[in-house]
Design a protein around this ligand. Structure first.
Ligand SMILES: [Zn+2]
Length: 261
């Protein structure tokens, strides 16, 4: 059965160093490869931030790098002609700059912030005062937030701080991490879980999420190009534990609803 598929969580790239694949010698690295791979796997739209293997040594120099990644995302949005929904980076040490980026991205036709990846950029919490200022603004502007998980407590505090901001937590994981995603999604109406990164290889993991938090809060993401898109698409599309309606919600309808597309 064919489903419309939106990959809510991936990372496109303009330059080699920004391609997140860690087995680069085995694959083709080219700006035209991303839409080809997406198309071949039946994905009509793909969303997320540009990240990089590049690193800065101190937080002071992080903004220059983040701004250049945001610039890349806007360039790719134009290059991919509507197939790519671009997500912006913000950073708690750069409040004014982050707010300007939210305005720039909103004006360029997206409501997506992230995926944010704090551990790459010298911060480790979303529930800080500085981040609250930035995300209060984001919430006011109708943006939505895609995040790499921090600690479960920090994630809970983030949800507590922003009851009107749609927050999509990545990587269901397993054990304690999985349980806390589930509890958070049950407690906070604005909290969703995206399937990318880890978790769905465990038998029954996706169906259990659906049973516990509802299919309307589970969102398909692959974390391409670090992860194998085909494995994620097939792992949801062919999961016989899921009903056709559950697959439709997970693979496209939920993303369309929160992205307003
Ligand atoms: Zn990611």
């Amino acid at each position: 059965m064919d489903f419309e598929i939106i990959d809510f969580h991936m990372h496109p790239y303009l330059n080699d160093i920004d391609c997140t694949c860690i087995h680069r010698s085995a694959v083709t690295i080219s700006v035209d490869e991303t839409p080809r791979i997406m198309r071949e796997n039946g994905v009509s739209k793909f969303c997320g931030s540009v990240v990089t293997h590049d690193r800065t040594s101190t937080v002071e120099t992080d903004w220059e790098l983040l701004k250049s990644l945001n610039d890349c995302a806007i360039t790719l949005k134009d290059y991919y002609k509507g197939a790519y929904i671009h997500g912006c980076h913000v950073h708690p040490n750069f409040i004014e700059e982050s707010i300007k980026e939210i305005d720039r991205f909103k004006a360029s036709g997206t409501n997506l912030i992230g995926e944010l990846v704090p551990w790459r950029f010298h911060y480790n919490e979303y529930a800080s005062d500085n981040m609250k200022t930035i995300l209060d603004y984001a919430s006011e502007k109708g943006m939505i937030l895609s995040i790499h998980p921090t600690t479960p407590d920090d994630m809970d505090n983030l949800c507590e701080n922003h009851p009107n901001l749609i927050i999509v937590g990545a990587h269901p994981g397993e054990g304690e991490q999985y349980i806390r995603h589930v509890e958070r999604a049950k407690k906070y109406k604005n909290y969703y879980v995206d399937l990318s990164g880890s978790g769905i290889h465990r038998y029954g993991a996706t169906k259990r999420l659906v049973n516990e938090i509802g299919a309307d809060k589970v969102i398909f993401g692959s974390d391409y190009a670090i992860c194998n898109l085909q494995m994620y698409v097939d792992g949801v599309k062919n999961d016989y534990l899921l009903s056709t309606e559950e697959k439709r919600l997970i693979l496209s309808e939920n993303a369309k609803r929160i992205l307003n597309i």
